[in-house]
Every structure is written in structure tokens, then in C-alpha cells.
Design a protein around this ligand. Structure first.
Ligand SMILES: Cc1cc2nc3c(=O)[nH]c(=O)nc-3n(C[C@H](O)[C@H](O)[C@H](O)COP(=O)(O)OP(=O)(O)OC[C@H]3O[C@@H](n4cnc5c(N)ncnc54)[C@H](O)[C@@H]3O)c2cc1C
Length: 292
């Protein structure tokens, strides 16, 4: 039985594993696949890892964790339940038992069904200007108003470019006064529906609008809705009002012995924040369960 089983090997899980192993715990990390930022060629805004690919980031982390005895399982967790001890079912048919489980499986982005978006996602279409804005500074940006929140955030994107167009994609619930305020700051809007994104191998060329016009753009900013993974949903963990896993000050979830950290628990959606959250969760676990 593992002392701590970390499920999810992204920045939060890997960072937690480091702190737990350095605290003398037997740690195993189960990771089931691509990181959330896998679509991006490089991580930005994480000091020490600027412009490092998500894959290289993981390889570096593993080179640091292996000498500390951390075990990596390349497998997907498909079930989590407590029957005395905690049991995590894997997609290869095995079940792992642990005294504590730390869930760091991240969130799932629900991209709108817009042709061309998948190819551009992480390259020229992105959700975090702090992560990818610098690479597109001064270019022509479209801001896809899937959520009304984008309208309020629009002025902050002038940190990177003055060429901003709010794409309403047919929605009519944004007040004229709001649009006038944006216009006064040089931010235009386009009310037309969007049929597809035109691109060249993921390099955005523009938005093909419902009337056939091509609105030329170099970058598209959008905040797609996110959801919890099936693992979290099926485990029945309590979520907060915003859909994040509910945790207390000790990073404990509603299931005894199960902790959570990283994007799934509502960090800011940046790798460095998720890594810090994972480290803090590990500190809390070490403090809550001193060795026998
Ligand atoms: C396209 C894109 C680009 C981004 N670029 C940047 C950037 O440049 N800089 C930055 O700071 N942030 C960036 N981010 C945000 C950043 O990637 C996340 O905030 C960060 O990865 C969250 O870390 P995490 O450890 O919480 O979750 P994740 O990184 O999502 O890691 C979760 C891990 O758990 C695994 N997993 C999921 N389900 C299971 C399961 N059932 N069993 C086992 N394993 C499972 C996943 O495969 C994954 O490896 C980007 C996000 C996206 C979508």
C-alpha cells in the first residue's frame, strides 16, 4: 500500500510528489496521458521553464523525482472509492490502495464546436494572455465572447495589442452602452456569427463569418467552459458553486483521506499556480499525518 498516491502528473501532481518524497513518504504518481497544455509547443510564464515544451517539463520533473524513489505509473485512474482504505482502479485492470490520495487530474476544456479551432488551440487560439499574449503582441486579436466575462476583460488585453475585436458570434445580450465604452478605448466589435476559423496548419488566418466574409485575425482569445474529469464526477466529490472540487484549508475533499490540488480545485489556470498549489497540498498532508 502506498502512503500517498498522487493521481495526475501535471505541474500540481509532480510538485506535490517532490515535496512528499522529500518528506520521507512513499509516493506513487499515476498519470493517464496528455497534459492540459499538450496542444501548446511551449510553456510560458513559469520561471525556470520559460519556452520549455510540456513534454520536456515532465521529463525534467521525472529526472528529479526518480532518485527520490517516486514511482510513476503510466495508467488512467477509472475509479476511486473508500472501503476501509482508499482504492484507485486503473484502466489496465489493477487496483491500487493508499492511505492518502491526492487528486491532481486537472480540468477538461470543452472547446466550442467551431471548425478549425482544435487545430489552432494552444498555438494561435488560447485562453491565457499571460501565457501566450507575448508571442502575439501587436497582432490582430479576436476575442470570442462565449461568456460575458470576456466583455469585461477586453480592456486588459491592450497590454499586448491595440488591435482587438470582440466577436459576438450572433449574441445580442451585450449592452450597447458596454460596446460604446469598449469602442471609446479603441476596441471594436463584430456582431456576425462565425462559421469557421481559417488557418494554415494551426496558424490563424481569420474568422470565416456567417455571411462568407473573412475577418482577418492573427490570434483568437477565448475562455472555453471547463468541466471536471469523469474520475472526479464518478467519485462523487463535493464541488463548489463554480464547479471546482471543494477543499478545506488542509486541501481535504469531501471524501476522507482524499485531497485535491491544482486547476481542478480552482487555481488561476496557470502552471506555476498549479505547481505551487500542489506543493502546499503536500505540506498540508505531511503536517496532517506525521509518520507513526
Ligand atoms: C492550450 C493550453 C496552453 C497553456 N499554456 C500555458 C502556459 O504557457 N503557461 C502556463 O502557466 N499555463 C498554461 N496553461 C495552463 C496550464 O497548463 C494549467 O494551468 C496546468 O497544467 C494545470 O496543472 P494541473 O497539474 O492542475 O493539471 P494538468 O496539467 O491538467 O495535469 C493533469 C494530469 O492528470 C492526468 N489525468 C487526467 N485524468 C486522469 C486520470 N483519470 N487518471 C490519471 N491521470 C489523469 C492528465 O493526463 C494530466 O497529465 C495552458 C493551458 C492550455 C489549455
Amino acid at each position: 500500500m502506498d502512503e500517498v498516491l498522487v493521481v495526475g502528473g501535471g505541474p500540481a501532481g509532480l510538485s506535490a510528489a517532490l515535496v512528499l518524497a522529500r518528506g520521507g513518504r512513499r509516493v506513487r504518481v499515476v498519470d493517464g496521458g496528455a497534459p492540459r497544455n499538450a496542444a501548446s509547443p511551449a510553456i510560458h510564464g513559469m520561471i525556470g521553464f520559460e519556452n520549455v515544451s510540456p513534454t520536456a517539463f515532465r521529463e525534467r520533473a521525472w529526472a528529479e523525482l526518480s532518485p527520490l524513489g517516486v514511482i510513476l505509473e503510466q495508467a488512467r485512474a477509472v475509479g476511486l472509492e473508500r472501503r476501509g482504505e482508499l482504492n484507485v482502479g486503473l484502466d489496465d485492470g489493477r487496483t491500487l490502495s493508499a492511505a492518502r490520495v491526492l487528486l491532481t487530474v486537472g480540468l477538461v476544456d470543452r472547446l466550442p464546436k467551431l471548425p478549425g479551432l482544435k487545430e489552432c488551440w494552444g498555438r494561435t487560439a488560447f485562453s491565457c494572455p499571460h501565457c501566450h499574449g507575448h508571442e502575439h503582441r501587436g497582432q490582430r486579436w479576436g476575442l470570442l465572447a462565449i461568456q460575458r466575462g470576456m466583455v469585461g476583460l477586453a480592456p486588459s488585453f491592450t497590454n499586448w495589442t491595440r488591435s482587438l475585436t470582440l466577436l459576438l458570434d450572433g449574441r445580442s445580450d451585450v449592452e450597447e452602452a458596454r460596446l460604446a465604452q469598449l469602442a471609446a478605448r479603441g476596441i471594436g466589435h463584430d456582431p456576425r456569427t462565425i462559421r469557421a476559423l481559417e488557418h494554415d496548419g494551426g496558424r490563424l488566418l481569420g474568422a470565416r463569418l456567417g455571411d462568407g466574409t473573412l475577418l482577418e485575425l492573427d490570434a483568437l482569445l477565448l475562455h472555453p467552459p471547463q468541466r471536471q474529469t469523469d474520475l472526479v464526477l464518478f467519485a462523487g466529490l463535493a464541488l463548489d458553486d463554480e464547479g471546482f472540487v471543494k477543499i478545506d484549508d488542509a486541501f481535504a475533499t469531501s471524501m476522507p483521506g482524499v485531497h485535491a490540488a491544482g486547476d481542478l480545485a480552482g487555481t488561476s489556470g496557470r502552471a506555476i499556480a498549479a505547481a505551487a498549489h500542489g506543493a502546499e497540498a503536500a505540506v498540508a498532508i505531511l503536517g496532517a499525518t506525521p509518520p507513526a
